[in-house]
Design a protein around this ligand. Structure first.
Ligand SMILES: Nc1nc2c(c(=O)[nH]1)N[C@H]1C(S)=C(S)[C@@H](COP(=O)(O)OP(=O)(O)OC[C@H]3O[C@@H](n4cnc5c(=O)[nH]c(N)nc54)[C@H](O)[C@@H]3O)O[C@H]1N2
Ligand SMILES: Nc1nc2c(c(=O)[nH]1)N[C@H]1C(S)=C(S)[C@@H](COP(=O)(O)OP(=O)(O)OC[C@H]3O[C@@H](n4cnc5c(=O)[nH]c(N)nc54)[C@H](O)[C@@H]3O)O[C@H]1N2
Ligand code: SF4
Ligand SMILES: [Mo]
Length: 738
């Protein structure tokens, strides 16, 4: 029997490996393997990618058809009190789309478009179309996204300080020193492997800074475990050491940075001893890390969510790290942090229909929480989740009437889950629709359910750009039932409300339009499939990387030499942030809920909760029902240091209750030195779906979900980042009432 062979990409996680899918004449996936010819992943594949076979072949529990809650009648009684309790009935896509379009039009007319909230989680493959759809509704920007905690609180200080609008991943392959700062190897398959090989060859030193002694720490030349939320103090001490020892390029600093003297003055007292006390580490670790960073360059900085995203001091943490990064000076060089000028389709006005000429401060625009968090309003381009959920419940300051989630589970995604639950079940909310693969916790509360196709079942992807390469993808198998991918859903929804901007007939046409519009590639589908990859340079081959573009006048919009900041230099002193009320220099601010800032609260809740580090087989809340993935982490668990376990009478593997002022959850204690003493780490996602094949039960959103513990206020002042990784908790043996 000849198998069909399809070359495509796995999008189960952000690594986006090139894969080959083999399928049979019954539309079943027989085998999935890594594509050795893929220029990005070189044949790498992981167990999660391979489990697409189970996801497609075993339809147990999958949403296959649009469905409506039986006692929800958009023309009559809606019974919001029955959300999560009533049955669903199958309806057609036409009916579902008619309902959505009619609800949107009614609400828009009655309350304005802001009363419609559309939710989206992390980057999957349809974010750009989601933005376009929002524009078609009359909204601007994102509606509800987790960018208040996901990478942006780190990207933004990078942009203000270095003029680089990216998370600035370093060129670890060519670095003399690789820094993994709160960055988890679980999210990348190939990166860590290369670093270890270079280390063995004596080419690279590795510095890992992570509250957990994580997988990369085992290989590190120095592994530092700071107290959660204190990374700015560590960065200031590293800057102090670099300056004291003259480990910076004085000519570079003189020519290309702004505010060096003020920075030197600021860090004068930030000795390793002082930072060590703040961070609960030793001064020797700091000195050694500084020596390696200062003398073994170029330094490739890889910064994840750990230090600067999920803390109430996120922006200032990010600033301190960005200043260290700028001071070391290996920006836009091989082995340091190369700067790519390739534009982002995701933010391009042509696709999002955003108006780039508008005031970036968006002073004319209403956003929920925008007054409280002006930096988020200006740069997050989204509503603040806490303010949205409050408005769903109270109708203040404006009503929210509809919530439509596409690839997002708010109950598992957002802090303070009890508030989110109250919002999703609020009688003031007329309409909740969820588009997902399975009956997620939020889907259970929906009025309308929309089934989704996964990566092997669709032909629509983000253009996957690796440097200047555009990688090819295709649909491997037919989607089951009436599962639609998110592109198709946006297309048909768009057609109903704003046909002028949704002229395509199908998703293939949408892909080809984008290739033409953004890369000047005028191709048929077969022509597109004829190559593994193409250059994104118009008509060109793979472009060479140009080093030190700041010297050549190709980094700034005005064509002058320099960095893309107001002064044209790396800004240690940042007036633009001062205009938003921040200290113009980097500084350490204690997290709002810590044993130091709240000693009285800490008497009852003495431990620090860190929620959400990634594990290998789950991508956010997804796949806890898939045997191959669930096998790796069958039960919800939390990392507890042996000393803490002893102090609270807890043994490895037993159920414990973790309580914060917001609520409590249960987990099995994993007693391990992997976690810092005084810290309890609850990994993502916490909850578990049922997995009948393995005979494993489910643990719902209210049982094991780390976000139950996390406060939604107070948050980072300007940007609204919440304390997902630095709040207080206590632990005790037993499951209590859960
Ligand atoms: N406490 C804590 N909370 C966190 C984090 C943390 O570290 N700690 N991380 C935060 C971060 S960085 C992010 S980005 C967010 C992520 O938040 P989300 O991306 O919203 O992730 P989930 O809440 O897991 O919900 C995702 C849902 O989308 C479904 N899904 C997956 N792919 C698709 C698809 O292609 N189409 C459709 N229609 N559905 C799909 C999944 O089955 C799942 O039910 O969570 C944030 N929340
Ligand atoms: N398998 C898998 N891969 C994923 C995801 C997933 O859910 N599953 N999610 C994707 C998404 S949306 C994102 S944004 C990325 C996130 O990717 P990463 O940021 O690399 O991953 P995390 O595990 O969230 O956090 C990184 C590390 O921060 C550490 N940490 C926590 N608090 C602190 C602190 O205060 N200081 C320091 N220095 N370290 C701290 C944690 O121990 C963890 O190892 O991963 C993406 N990839
Ligand atoms: S899930 Fe695995 S195979 Fe798929 S993209 Fe991520 S690392 Fe690659
Ligand atoms: Mo994220």
């Amino acid at each position: 029997m000849a198998l069909k062979k399809t070359r495509t990409q796995c999008t189960t996680c952000h690594a986006r490996c090139g894969v080959i899918v083999y399928s049979d004449e019954n539309n079943q996936i027989v085998k999935i393997e890594g594509n050795p010819d893929n220029v990005k992943s070189h044949g790498v594949i992981c167990g999660s990618g391979m489990s697409e076979r189970e996801i497609h072949n075993n339809l147990e529990g999958r949403l296959l058809y649009p469905m409506k809650r039986v006692d929800w009648d958009p023309q009559g009684e809606r019974h919001p009190e029955n959300r999560g309790k009533s049955e669903f009935e199958r309806i057609s896509w036409d009916e579902a789309l008619d309902i959505i379009a009619a609800e949107c039009m009614r609400i828009k007319e009655q309350y304005g478009p802001e009363a419609i909230i559309t939710g989206q989680g992390t980057g999957r493959v349809a974010n750009h179309w989601h933005c376009r759809l929002n524009s078609s509704l009359g909204l601007e920007g994102w509606s509800l996204v987790p960018t208040h905690v996901c990478l942006m609180p780190h990207i933004l200080p990078n942009a203000f300080t270095l003029g680089i609008f990216s998370s600035g991943k370093g060129d670890s392959r060519h670095a003399g020193c690789v820094v993994a700062w709160g960055e988890n190897p679980a999210m990348q398959t190939t990166w860590a492997k290369e670093v270890y090989a270079n280390q063995r060859a004596g080419k690279t030193k590795l510095v890992v800074i992570d509250t957990r002694f994580q997988d990369m720490s085992k290989h590190a030349d120095v592994a530092i475990q700071p107290r959660p939320g204190t990374d700015a103090a560590l960065a200031l001490a590293l800057i102090h050491e670099v300056i004291e020892n003259g480990w910076y390029d004085a000519e570079f600093v003189d020519k290309w940075t702004y505010g060096f003297d003020e920075l030197a003055e600021r860090v004068k007292d930030w000795t390793p001893e002082r930072a060590a006390e703040v961070c609960w580490i030793t001064p020797e670790e700091i000195r050694e890390a500084a020596r390696i960073m200062g003398t073994c360059g170029p330094v490739a900085m890889n910064i994840g969510l750990g230090p600067g995203c999920m803390h109430t001091n996120a922006i200032q943490n990010g600033r301190a790290l960005a200043c260290l990064h700028g001071l070391l000076g290996h920006i836009d060089v091989v082995g340091g942090t190369p700067v790519s000028l390739s534009f982002s389709v995701m933010l391009d006005d042509k696709i999002t229909l955003w108006d780039g000429t508008k005031d970036p401060g968006r002073s004319d625009l209403f956003t929920f929480g925008g007054e409280e968090h002006p930096l988020y309003k200006s740069f997050g381009r989204s509503n603040d989740p806490h303010a949205v959920f409050e408005a769903m419940i109270t109708g203040e300051p404006r009503p929210v009437k509809a919530f439509i989630a596409i690839a997002n589970d708010p109950l598992l995604c957002y802090e303070n889950t009890n508030l989110t639950y109250e919002a999703m079940t609020s009688p003031n909310l007329d309409f909740v629709a969820v588009k997902d693969f399975y009956m997620s916790p939020t889907a259970k509360l929906a009025d309308l359910l929309l089934p989704s196709a996964d990566w092997a079942e669709r032909c629509s992807y983000d253009e996957e750009i690796d440097g200047n390469l555009l990688l090819t993808f295709d649909q491997a198998v037919e989607a089951p039932g009436e599962c639609w991918d998110d592109w198709e859903f946006f297309l048909h929804w768009g057609k109903r409300i704003d046909p002028e901007h949704w002229p395509w007939n199908n998703t293939k046409e949408m892909v080809l339009w984008r290739l033409k519009e953004f890369y000047d590639l005028d191709l048929t589908w077969d022509e597109f499939q004829s190559k593994d990859w193409r250059s994104t340079e118009p008509g060109g081959e793979k472009g060479d990387y140009i080093e030190k573009k700041y010297e050549k006048g190709i980094m700034r919009p005005d064509g002058q030499p320099g960095f893309a900041t107001p002064t044209g230099r790396i800004e240690f002193w940042c007036q633009a942030l001062a205009d938003f009320g921040y200290d113009p220099l980097p500084d350490y601010v204690e997290p709002m809920e810590s044993p130091i800032s709240q000693p009285e609260l800490a008497e009852e809740y003495p431990l620090i909760a860190v929620t959400g580090h990634r594990v290998y087989s789950f991508f956010h809340s997804a796949w806890t029902n898939i045997p191959a993935q669930r096998k790796l982490y069958p039960d919800p668990f939390a990392l507890v240091h042996p000393d803490d376990a002893r102090a609270y009478g807890i043994t490895d593997g037993e159920w414990i209750t973790i309580t914060s002022p917001r609520g409590h959850i249960i987990s099995k204690a994993a007693v391990t030195r992997e976690i810092k003493k005084g810290v309890v780490a609850v990994p993502r996602p916490g909850w578990r779906d049922e997995c009948p094949e393995l005979g494993l039960p489910g643990y719902g959103w209210d049982k094991c979900n780390g976000n139950i513990l996390v406060p939604s206020t107070p948050a980072e002042p300007g940007y609204g980042a919440t304390a997902m990784r630095s709040s207080l908790c206590k632990i005790e043996a037993g499951r209590g009432d859960l």
